[in-house]
Design a protein around this ligand. Structure first.
Ligand code: F3S
Length: 63
């Protein structure tokens, strides 16, 4: 599983970082999230799916 945050959509709601803090990092400058892993470890896949579901902007793309 791969994951990306669409910077155009992200509005800094932070729910992704709460669901999967090992995967999503919030910028100290603008509060927007980035995925800090390219390939999601198997044990974090469900947390990443939960993060994608919880993002109000649908900014998290899983492939
Ligand atoms: Fe951004 Fe959505 Fe996370 S708006 S900070 S990707 S919950």
């Amino acid at each position: 599983m791969k994951v990306k945050v669409d910077p155009e959509r992200c509005q800094g709601h932070t729910l992704c970082a709460m669901a999967a803090p090992e995967v999503f990092e919030l910028s100290e400058i603008d509060g927007h999230a980035t995925a800090v892993v390219d390939e999601v470890p198997a044990h974090l896949e469900e947390a990443v799916r939960e993060a994608a579901r919880s993002c109000p902007e649908q900014a998290i793309q899983i492939s």
